[in-house]
Design a binder for this molecule. Structure first.
Ligand code: C2E
Ligand code: CA
Ligand code: CA
Ligand code: CA
Length: 283
C-alpha cells in the first residue's frame, strides 16, 4: 500500500494497486484454503451436437474466498501453478470430480456412463506421480477409465518430448481419453497431432466466436471445416467450446463437430444441475 501524499500514481490506477495487493494476499492464502476446504467444483455439460443429449461434464474449480467471495480459476490457477499448489489442488479436483461422476453413473446406469472432463496443468503433467495417482483415484471410486477425459492445453504439449508424453500414453493405454484443450491457439504443427496420445480436440472459443457474425467469416468456416476433417481422418473427436447461440450450434453441427459446450446449453453449475439435465434426457 502507498502512503498518502501527492504521488500521481496513487490517483492513476487504484485498480492495478488492488490487483497487486490481492495477488500477494491470494498467494499466501492458497495452501490453507485447500486445507480449509474453500475450493469447490462447478460442472458444465458437454452435449452431442446431433441431438443435444448430455455426453458428460467438465469440472471447473472455484475458490470461495472468505473475504473476496467466489473467485474464478483465472484468478488463482496461475498462482497455484507458480507456487506448486496446483499439484495437490489438481489432485483434489480429480478425486472430487471422479467421485461425482461415479455417483452420476450409479444413478444412470442405463444410459452408459456420463463422461467427466478434468483439466490438467503443465505442472501436474510433469509430476512423477500423475499416473499412479490417477490409477488410484479411479480404482478407489470404481469409475471406469473410459469415462474419464483429461484435458491438456495445446500449448502445454507444444514441443513436448517423449518424457512428457509417456505418462499420457500410459493413461491413454488404460482407456483414459486425453483431450487437447484450447486447440487452435497454440500454433502447433498439425502433422504433430499423430504423434500425440490424444483422442479429442477441443476447438478454442475464438473459433466459435467467429461463427457468430452474420454472415460468418468464410475463412473461419474453412479453417474449422479443415480442422474437423483432419481430426476425423485421425479418428479424433471434435468438441467446441463457447457455444452461446443456437445459430452457432447449428453451424458447428453442419461442420461436423461432435460435441459442444457453452452458455447456450448451460453455464457451469452445481452437480445437481447435471443430474437434472441427464434425467430430463432420459424421458
Ligand atoms: P477452459 O478449460 O478453456 O474452460 C472453459 C472456460 O470457458 C470456463 O471458464 C467456462 O466457464 C468458460 N465458458 C464455458 N462456456 C462458455 C461460453 O459459452 N461463453 C464464454 N464466454 N465462456 C464460456 P472458467 O471456469 O473461468 O475457467 C477458466 C480456465 O481455468 C479453464 O479454461 C481452465 O484452463 C482453468 N481451470 C478451471 N478449472 C481448472 C482445474 O481444475 N485445473 C486446472 N489446471 N485448470 C482449471
Ligand atoms: Ca478445459
Ligand atoms: Ca478450453
Ligand atoms: Ca480456455
Amino acid at each position: 500500500a502507498k502512503s498518502a501524499g501527492g504521488n500521481r500514481f496513487e490517483l492513476s490506477d487504484p485498480e492495478a494497486d488492488a490487483r497487486v495487493i490481492t495477488r500477494h494476499g491470494l498467494t499466501n492464502a492458497l495452501p490453507s484454503a485447500l486445507e480449509r476446504g474453500e475450493f469447490f467444483i462447478e460442472y458444465q455439460p458437454l452435449v452431442h451436437l446431433v441431438d443435444g443429449s448430455v455426453h458428460g461434464a467438465e469440472a471447473l474449480v472455484r475458490w470461495c474466498h472468505p473475504q473476496y467471495g467466489v473467485l474464478g480459476p483465472d484468478r488463482f490457477i496461475p498462482l497455484a501453478e507458480r507456487t506448486g499448489l496446483i499439484v495437490p489442488l489438481g489432485r483434489w479436483v480429480l478425486e472430487e470430480a471422479v467421485r461425482q461422476a461415479r455417483y452420476w453413473s450409479r444413478r444412470h446406469s442405463d444410459g452408459g456412463p456420463l463422461r467427466i472432463n478434468v483439466n490438467l496443468s503443465p505442472a501436474q503433467l510433469k509430476h512423477p506421480a500423475l499416473v499412479a495417482d490417477t490409477v488410484e483415484v479411479l480404482e478407489r471410486s470404481g469409475l471406469e477409465p473410459g469415462a474419464l477425459c483429461l484435458e491438456v492445453t495445446e500449448s502445454a504439449l507444444i514441443g513436448a518430448d517423449e518424457d512428457l508424453l509417456k505418462p499420457l500414453r500410459q493413461l491413454a493405454d488404460m482407456g483414459v481419453d486425453i483431450a487437447l484443450d484450447d486447440f487452435g491457439t497454440g500454433y502447433s504443427n498439425l502433422a504433430n497431432l499423430r504423434r500425440l496420445p490424444v483422442s479429442v480436440l477441443k476447438l478454442d472459443r475464438s473459433f466459435t466466436q467467429g461463427m457468430q457474425q452474420h454472415p460468418c467469416d468464410p475463412v473461419d468456416l474453412k479453417i474449422v471445416e479443415g480442422i474437423v476433417s483432419l481430426a476425423h481422418s485421425l479418428e479424433l473427436a471434435v468438441t467446441v467450446e463457447g457455444v452461446e447461440t443456437g445459430a452457432q450450434a447449428e453451424r458447428l453441427r453442419e461442420l461436423g463437430c461432435d460435441t459442444a459446450q457453452g452458455w447456450y446449453y448451460a453455464r457451469p453449475g452445481s452437480p445437481d444441475r447435471i443430474h437434472a439435465l441427464v434425467l430430463a434426457d432420459a424421458v
